[in-house]
Design a protein around this ligand. Sequence first.
Ligand SMILES: [Zn+2]
Ligand SMILES: [Zn+2]
Length: 131
Amino acid sequence: MIDGKCLCGEITYILKSELLYLYNCHCKECRAFSGSSMATNATISAADFEIYDDNDNLKTFMVAGGKRHFCGNCGSPIYSYPNGSEEFPSLHIGTISNPPEKVLDANSWISEKCPWVKISDSVTSYEKQIE
Ligand SMILES: [Zn+2]
Ligand SMILES: [Zn+2]
C-alpha cells in the first residue's frame, strides 16, 4: 500500500497496487506543472487509486496533453491523465509519503530537457513521448 498527501495535507490518497511504470518527463508541460527541471511520474491503476479531499481542494487544469489535477490550496501537483489514459493516470510521485523501492524505467521528452540535466545511458530514453 502506497499513501501520499499534498504539501498542506488537505488532499491525501492511497494506492492499493504497485507503481506500474516510473519515468522522468522532461516535457515543457511537466516542467511548468511541477515547477522543476523535470517531473517524476508513475503510471498507476486508476481502479486502485483513492483520493480523499473533504474540502474540495482538488482542482483540474485542462491542457493540450490531458487533464492535470493539483491542490488548489497549496499547489502540489497530484496526478494527471495524459490524453486517452483514464485507466492509467500518472501520479506525480513527489507527494508519496514513503517512496517504494523502484528503478526508473524511462526518460521521456528528452528533446525538451533542460541543458543541465544529464541522462543516464542505462535508462531507456525517448526523444518525445514513451512508445
Ligand atoms: Zn494541499
Ligand atoms: Zn511531460
